[in-house]
Design a protein around this ligand. Structure first.
Ligand SMILES: Cc1cc2nc3c(=O)[nH]c(=O)nc-3n(C[C@H](O)[C@H](O)[C@H](O)COP(=O)(O)OP(=O)(O)OC[C@H]3O[C@@H](n4cnc5c(N)ncnc54)[C@H](O)[C@@H]3O)c2cc1C
Length: 350
């Protein structure tokens, strides 16, 4: 099939890909194997300001000003009111971002990448700039298939349930999941209840079913997948990588949406400068790489707490969780964490 030329190709049209594409003007191709917003993989929890700053606040399902963390017998409530969280409708959120993009969208899977060209069943497309936003598999930057069972990936599985009376909750219960955590994310008409294994154990269905059964909850549809818990590579050769494809999901909290949107916006602005000729591709790649690299220490810190969550005795864990919920620690860390990636005025809807 003939090759079609573009100025830039973005592979993957979820959080990362849409955040990149909404910054771009010109001949841009946005590819995804699914329709935009059709396949939800996450609980879709993020700070409320994220949806507001991106002009997709109408996708918000529920706002949360409290988070309860349960460890063994202890239950600790965090005040989130300084930076409230929300859960949102994935389809509406993504469709809202797509409406802000000028790129041509094509629903097709990328099956191969050759320097500067992506191969799909609908043809081969080439561009001097390629951005990999294809999620944990990183289909462009990872030449061979990723083996997630070898560490660096968490596996998460959740079910839609009718539970309505619980607030936003995380629970650490080693009888339910040995090296991981569980969550209850209320989403307006019920709650997504899930468990995640930091060790990347993907056979979680029985444990989740047992947990739900014990609590008398009847599950609806399940969904789940891997996501990274270790900082990866922001550029590989001539290719930019964003979101889970670059290992940008935050360790410990498994928050991957906000980093994908933030780094996607930053990458998109750099790519736009390269497309406009005010920067070379080499310097654009170097700048993006350096910009992402500034967060390495923060990711390392969260990874260390993730390690503690798995290895510390439960009584220590309860004590640490309690300390973090109160003065002087809580007013220092929560607003700082909650505002990470705050979009400046340049990232207002394109
Ligand atoms: C159960 C679960 C719950 C989670 N809950 C939360 C949460 O509440 N809050 C939060 O912040 N994070 C959460 N996460 C993590 C979060 O979902 C990810 O970090 C986030 O989705 C990463 O965004 P992304 O755009 O990089 O990748 P993805 O959202 O995975 O998007 C990748 C896109 O690439 C497309 N694609 C893949 N392969 C190809 C191909 N070969 N050709 C074309 N297109 C392709 C896919 O169809 C998809 O649209 C959760 C994850 C899981 C598994």
């Amino acid at each position: 099939m003939p090759s079609t030329e573009y100025a830039a190709i973005v592979v993957g049209a979820s959080f990362a890909g849409l955040a990149v594409a909404r910054q771009l003007k010109g001949r841009v191709l946005l590819l995804d194997r699914n329709e935009v917003g059709a396949v939800q993989t996450s609980a879709c929890g993020t700070p409320l300001w994220v949806a507001e700053a991106l002009g997709v606040a109408s996708s918000v399902l529920q706002v949360h000003e409290r988070l309860t963390v349960r460890t063994g017998r202890y239950s600790i409530t965090y005040d989130l009111s300084a930076v409230p969280f929300c859960t949102f409708d994935y389809r509406k959120f993504c469709q809202g971002l797509l409406a802000q993009c000028e790129a041509r969208f094509l629903k097709t899977p990328v099956t191969e990448f050759r320097e500067g060209s992506v191969v799909t069943p609908d043809g081969t497309f080439s561009a001097p700039i390629v951005v990999d936003c294809s999620g944990w598999r990183g289909v462009v930057v990872n030449k061979t298939a990723v083996k997630p069972e070898r560490g660096a990936y968490t596996f998460g599985l959740e079910a839609h349930t009718p539970v309505q009376d619980d607030g936003l909750t995380f629970f650490i219960d080693r009888d339910v999941v040995a090296q991981g955590l569980g969550w209850v994310f209320p989403v307006g008409d019920g709650s997504l209840i899930g468990i995640g294994s930091y060790a990347g154990r993907s056979k979680l269905r029985q444990s989740l079913e047992r947990y739900l059964d014990t609590h008398g909850v009847v599950p609806g549809a399940y969904h789940g997948t891997y996501f990274p818990n270790r900082f990866g590579r922001a550029t590989v050769g001539q290719v930019f990588a964003v979101g889970d494809a670059a290992g940008q999901c935050l360790p410990l909290t498994a928050e991957g949406i906000r980093p994908a949107l933030y780094f996607g916006g930053e990458c998109g602005k750099i790519v736009q400068q390269v497309m406009a000729g005010s920067s070379t591709l080499a310097s654009g790649l170097a700048r993006y790489h350096a910009q992402v690299g500034r967060y390495r220490k923060a990711y390392g810190f969260l990874q260390a707490i993730q390690w503690l969550t798995v290895h510390a005795p439960p009584s220590w864990l309860a004590l640490l969780t309690k300390l973090a919920a109160h003065r002087p620690l809580h007013p220092r860390w929560w607003p700082r964490y909650g505002r990470f990636g705050r979009f400046g005025p340049a990232e207002a809807p394109a």
